[in-house]
Design a protein around this ligand. Structure first.
Ligand SMILES: [Fe+2]
Length: 478
């Protein structure tokens, strides 16, 4: 054997052992996932208990004690830039006061804002007195205390306003969808509250109480749900998106006004973004521009939502708010065998705009599982060219389905096989996510399943901003 052939043999043997070692390491690293077309389908094994409602006598549903005590307290952003808050609550015995007393941690000088109350009937149900009060002219980045129930039994809460809108303002959003009021819902909310990343505002992607799953759309379930989430929603804003369980359209019992309970109970600052309906609107918060769309309102050409969105997208100034986030209920890219293609008509209408305006991320719910897409678009099709396959597109958003809040309908476990190339990661577990903006170029995203400890990231990725740093983030590109 010549020196050269010996060297070649050693090299080949070395390569063989290196390949074997690499194979073993890769097997160990990826033993929890199945690869298909480059995406990952988690085979994480979870206990498949039935999803069960918490009993009505559970402490999470407890009515606060005292005559006419305010209950179901929740807050949301009250203007376009984060200097106002809408405070909402319900009194059951009599209207009582719609006043909110509030003061900043620094000034201690109590101010007063006057709100209004409303009521509604739904079949055989009559609501309590639903109060909404906007408190404005708040200082940015300031802790405020507030009191509701003036004149009867007062209750005190607090919140912190966001920093002034600007391109490098860090901010941490929580993502929850399709929550409901089961033991799993409680687990999701607890995991969000205990997550050490400390979400500052919840972006809620629709389907709140699931009251319409009870006989005659038992609207008492809207009340129990709002009491359940008060422990978070009274202290930090929840940004609301309407889902199909908010429609409450029930002609069989004479209820023909869509979204009646939802729009009476959840006010949003839609007029501040020139919207004409509370089901689609936008806000700026810190370094994010958040657009909320309605999957269940008309969105075709010439409709109010379409006109609004067409005028809205050019207004987004990425030098002021680098992060463009869209919330909707029905996902456009979903590879589960549930609600498949329900988002398709809206995708056909709006996807070219999302690519043109370089939306960073779209969060949706509806499918009761978790999925994250690659950056893909499917906008080349024009009926005659046959080009209808999603392709990698660095101007396209990442699509995330986070409808895994834990509602009574249970998990979506059946997936289309093989996993489509557009699907980067999918798993049928309950959980929540965190979108943690660091600066104008980077945001860290993580998904947290309920079966793990509070700090565990079951899926994560670094987002590179599409305006300031539009390079490929996918692992295969690095
Ligand atoms: Fe839904």
């Amino acid at each position: 054997m010549t020196y050269n052939s010996l060297a070649l043999k050693i090299t080949l043997m070395g390569s063989f052992y290196f390949c074997m070692a690499a194979f073993i390491v890769l097997t160990l690293v990826f033993n929890s996932v199945v690869f298909s077309n480059g995406g990952k389908t988690s085979i994480y094994v979870r206990k498949m208990e039935k999803t069960v409602d918490m009993p009505l006598e559970s402490d999470v549903f407890r009515v606060p004690s005292g005559y006419n005590a305010p209950q179901q307290v929740h807050i949301t952003q009250g203007d376009h830039v984060g200097k106002a808050v809408i405070v909402s609550w319900v009194t059951e015995d009599e209207p009582g006061s719609s006043t909110v007393l509030y003061w900043s941690e620094n000034s201690k000088h109590k101010k007063k804002a006057e709100g209004q109350f409303t009521t509604y009937k739904f079949y055989n149900y009559t609501s309590g007195f639903i109060h909404h009060c906007t408190i404005g002219n708040l200082e940015h980045n300031t802790k405020y205390y507030y009191v509701v129930g003036v004149g009867h039994n007062m209750r005190k809460f607090w919140f912190t306003t966001p920093p002034k809108v600007g391109p490098d303002v860090p901010y941490t959003f929580g993502l929850i969808g399709d929550l409901g009021q089961t033991f799993d819902s409680n687990s999701t909310l607890t995991h969000y509250e205990q997550n050490p990343k400390k979400g500052q505002t919840v972006l809620f992607v629709g389907d709140l109480s699931y009251a319409d799953n009870y006989p005659y759309h038992d609207n008492g379930r809207w009340d129990t749900w709002a009491r359940f989430v008060e422990r978070s929603a009274a202290y930090q804003p929840w940004i609301w998106t309407a889902g199909n369980h908010e429609i409450d359209f029930a002609p069989e019992i004479g209820e023909t006004t869509p979204f009646k309970p939802y729009t009476h109970r959840y006010h949003v600052p839609y007029r501040a973004s020139k919207s004409t309906a509370p089901l689609w609107y936008s806000i700026k918060r810190a370094s994010a521009y958040i657009i909320v769309l309605s999957s269940y309102s008309a969105y075709g050409k010439y409709t109010p939502q379409n006109q609004w969105l067409e005028q809205e997208l050019p207004k987004v100034n990425r030098r002021e708010t680098p992060w463009l986030i869209v919330l909707m209920h029905s996902p456009w890219y979903n590879s589960y065998n549930y609600h498949y293609m329900e988002g398709e008509t809206m995708r056909v209408m709006y996807e070219p705009w999302f690519v043109r305006y370089k939306v960073d991320v779209v969060f949706a719910g509806h499918v009761h599982a978790y999925e994250r897409s690659e950056r893909v678009s499917n906008i080349a099709y024009n009926i005659i060219n046959g080009m209808c396959t999603p392709v990698k597109d660095q101007s396209a958003p990442v699509y995330i389905t986070i409808g895994d809040g834990g509602n009574i309908e249970g998990l979506a476990t059946s997936m289309s096989e093989p996993q489509p190339a557009y699907s980067a990661y999918r798993e049928a577990s309950f959980g929540h996510a965190i979108f943690d903006i660091k600066n104008r170029t980077h945001a860290h995203y993580s998904w947290h399943r309920n079966h793990d400890g509070f700090a565990v990231e079951a899926d994560s990725m670094w987002f590179f901003n599409r305006f300031w740093h539009p390079v490929d983030e996918s692992p295969t590109s690095q």
